[in-house]
Design a protein around this ligand. Structure first.
Ligand code: COA
Length: 316
C-alpha cells in the first residue's frame, strides 16, 4: 500500500460578484431560469488587476500554512488549468519562484479541463512516489471570464473564476487514492479554440450532449473508484462533485442512492469554475468543519476533453 493524505487546503477567490440579476441586464435571461436549470445564484469574477497567478498564490499560501508545510518540503507542484496567465512559463514555474520552492521541484501545468484537479492528484501521487521530498502542492485554478462570451446566454451564466489548492503527503503506509481517469475525445460539444484559431476565443458548449455525458459517466466513475478501493458508499464521509450543474449532481446522487447530506456543494455561489471547482469546494468543506481529520472524501470531476476523473482522499 502507498498513497496520499491531505494536510491542508486553501482558496483564492476573486473580488467581483456577478449575480443572476446582473446577467438579466446583460442578456435575455432571468434568475428563475438560471437557478432552476443550474442551481447557480452568483459566481465570482476577477476584477481588473486580479490574475490567475495571484489566485493560485493566495490558495497555495493558505494551503501550505494550514498544512504546516514549508516550501523546502514540496517535491511536486502541479497546476490544473485551461486559462493560465501565459502559455509559457507554466503557472507552476511562476509559483516555484514566488513561493520559494526548491529548483528541483517538479513544476508544470496540466490541462484536463474540469477533471484537471483530480487528474493532477493522480499525477502527483505517481510523481511523489519517485520524489525525494514527499509533499505535493496541487492546485486547480481558472479565470474563465477570459474565455466567456458575455453575449451568449447559453454559456455566460454558468462560469466563474477562482483557485483551490491542496497540500498532500505521499507515504508507503498511506492509502492509494484509487484514481479512475477517463477520456472520450470530442472536439465538438465543449471546446475553446484557443491560439490555433486566433482571438477572441470563447467557450463553445452544446449543453445537452454534455449533460447526457455527465449523467452517464459520473455515477460510473464513482462506482469504479469504490470498486477499486474495495469500499462501499457507507465508507465515504463526503462526495465532492465538480460543480457544473446541480441537476447533474442530483441525478448522480439519485442513481447511486447516495445520502444527499454527504453531497452538498457550493455551486450556488461559485458557478462552474472548471479545474478550480473540486478544490474550492474541498476547502470550503474543510473550513466549515464538514470534513475533518481522518475522514474520507471521494472527489469526482468531468468536462472538456471529454474527460472524467474520480479519486479518494483521506484527511491526515
Ligand atoms: N436564460 C434563458 N434561457 C436560456 C438560457 C439562459 N441563460 N440559456 C439557454 N436558454 C434557452 C435556450 O435558448 C433554449 O431556448 P429554446 O427552447 O427557445 O431554443 C432553452 O433555454 C432550453 O435550452 P437548453 O440548452 O435545452 O437548456 P438545458 O435545460 O439543457 O440547460 C444547460 C442548459 C447548459 C444549463 C445544461 O444543458 C447543462 O448544464 N449542460 C451541461 C453543462 C455542463 O455540465 N458543462 C460543463 C461540463 S464541465
Amino acid at each position: 500500500m502507498s498513497g496520499l493524505k491531505l494536510w491542508g487546503t486553501g482558496s483564492g477567490v476573486p473580488s467581483e460578484i456577478l449575480t443572476n440579476e446582473g446577467f438579466a441586464k446583460l442578456v435575455d435571461t432571468s434568475d428563475e431560469w438560471i437557478t432552476t436549470r443550474t442551481g447557480i445564484s452568483s459566481r465570482r469574477r476577477c476584477a481588473p488587476g486580479e490574475t490567475h497567478t495571484g489566485l493560485c498564490l493566495a490558495a497555495a499560501r493558505q494551503a501550505m500554512e494550514r498544512a504546516g508545510v514549508s516550501p523546502d518540503q514540496i517535491g511536486v507542484c502541479v497546476v490544473a488549468t485551461l486559462t493560465p496567465d501565459r502559455l509559457t512559463p507554466a503557472t507552476a514555474c511562476v509559483l516555484q519562484k514566488e513561493l520559494g520552492l526548491e529548483e528541483d521541484t517538479v513544476c508544470f501545468d496540466l490541462n484536463a479541463a474540469c477533471s484537471g484537479f483530480v487528474y493532477a492528484l493522480h499525477t502527483a501521487q505517481c510523481l511523489l512516489a519517485a520524489a525525494t521530498r514527499k509533499f505535493g502542492l496541487v492546485i486547480g485554478a481558472e479565470v474563465l471570464s477570459r474565455v466567456t462570451d458575455y453575449t451568449d446566454r447559453g454559456t455566460c451564466v454558468l462560469f466563474g473564476d477562482g483557485a483551490g489548492a491542496a497540500v498532500l503527503e505521499w507515504r508507503e503506509d498511506y492509502p492509494s487514492i484509487h484514481a479512475v481517469l477517463g477520456c472520450r475525445g470530442n472536439t465538438e460539444n465543449l471546446l475553446i479554440p484557443g491560439v490555433a484559431v486566433g482571438v477572441p476565443s470563447y467557450i463553445h458548449m452544446d449543453g445537452q450532449p454534455v449533460f447526457r455525458f455527465a449523467v452517464e459517466t459520473v455515477p460510473q466513475c464513482i462506482t469504479q473508484v469504490l470498486e477499486r478501493a474495495g469500499l462501499g458508499v457507507e465508507d465515504v464521509d463526503r462526495f465532492v462533485f465538480h460543480q457544473a450543474n446541480q441537476r447533474i449532481i442530483d441525478m448522480a446522487v439519485k442513481k447511486l442512492n447516495l445520502p444527499p447530506e454527504k453531497c452538498t456543494g457550493n455551486i450556488d455561489h461559485t458557478g462552474n469554475t472548471s479545474a478550480a471547482s473540486v478544490p474550492l469546494l474541498l476547502d470550503e468543506l474543510v473550513r466549515d468543519g464538514a470534513v475533518r481529520r481522518g475522514q474520507r472524501v471521494l472527489c469526482v470531476g468531468f468536462g472538456g476533453g471529454l474527460t472524467w476523473a474520480g479519486a479518494l482522499l483521506e484527511l491526515a
